[in-house]
Design a protein around this ligand. Structure first.
Ligand SMILES: [Zn+2]
Length: 302
């Protein structure tokens, strides 16, 4: 499976617990899958080549609006599956109104809902390139207002997206590795974010190794190999018991360390919430290493 489908697969499995988030995600799913010409107060025609995403959309519609699930029974083998919502199968006016199809801003006051909306839009028309090839994240829309909306929502999480035109579509895209990682985190694709972090580490380690061959920088070498050891410990914990086994503060530390393999303790500390000083970072990383050593010890005993 492609990296893009892996990310979508991960996001399809997360179902927002709160109704406000559910409405926000659903609003994006419906609007971005339907497209401008297919939404009115009388009928919304949703189509997608991703049946799983379409199914999630209809499961959520079913839960929120009590729509009969047999609306989604198209088993045709076309690449695109198309489903119509209209007065025959639902209270279409209510769906249109509650999902704020024309103007979703009212649904997007909370941060959790902004995240949910971005997740829905990405599931509907998004794409992310395999990070081993290049860093590229995008969402397509056929209406400029929605391109502006997505740019605005991303900016609320300090992510700067660029915009371009592709045929009749507006493309919102990100090409910077850190921002691509941030957007995965914002949408709740934490596993994929870790995958991306691993790729970034591999690339960095390779670059650092080359750099070290070229010039003798003893200090850089030392901090790089210390970081490599810390990351090795973190990945070991992740593979053995999962990072959730760590106390919350250590888990946050681990994610930041893996995400920024090249940064100093002071910089890493400032990325934590709340931020901590150099010695705090040192202390936490040592705890993580001890945790990994304990795990290794347990393994040896067996
Ligand atoms: Zn919410």
């Amino acid at each position: 499976m492609s990296f893009s489908l892996d990310v979508k697969d991960e996001l399809l499995k997360s179902h927002p617990a709160e109704e406000h988030c559910r409405l926000a995600e659903l609003s994006a799913l419906v609007r971005f899958m339907a497209g401008r010409g297919n939404v009115s107060e009388d009928e919304i025609v949703i189509s997608s080549d991703n049946k799983s995403a379409l199914r999630k959309c209809f499961t959520m519609l079913g839960k929120t609006f009590n729509i009969e699930t047999d609306v989604f029974e198209d088993e045709s083998h076309n690449l695109r599956t198309q489903v119509s919502l209209n007065a025959a199968n639902c209270d279409i006016k209510n769906v249109y109104k509650r999902l704020r199809i024309g103007n979703p801003m009212d649904l997007l006051k909370r941060d959790c809902c902004k995240r949910s909306y971005l997740r829905g839009a990405f599931l509907a028309t998004g794409y992310i390139e395999d990070p081993r090839k290049s860093y590229h994240f995008e969402i397509l829309t056929d209406e400029e207002e929605y391109a502006k909306l997505l740019t605005y929502l991303l900016s609320q999480f300090n992510i700067i997206a660029k915009r371009s035109l592709r045929k009749k579509y507006f493309v919102i895209y990100i090409k910077e590795s850190e921002a691509v990682s941030d957007v995965l985190s914002v949408m709740g694709a934490h596993k994929s974010m870790m995958g991306l972090a691993n790729t970034r580490i591999e690339k960095n380690v390779r670059n650092n190794t080359n750099r070290r061959l070229n010039c003798d920088m003893a200090n850089v070498g030392r901090s790089v190999s210390a970081a490599a050891k810390q990351i090795e410990d973190i990945l070991y914990i992740r593979d053995k018991v999962g990072l959730d086994a760590l106390p919350e503060s250590l888990k946050e530390m681990a994610l930041v360390r893996v995400e920024y393999p090249e940064e100093s303790f002071a910089d890493l500390g400032s990325r934590l919430n709340p931020s901590v000083g150099k010695s705090g970072v040192n202390h936490r990383l040592r705890k993580i290493s001890e945790f990994a050593d304990d795990l290794r010890g347990e393994k040896e005993k067996k």
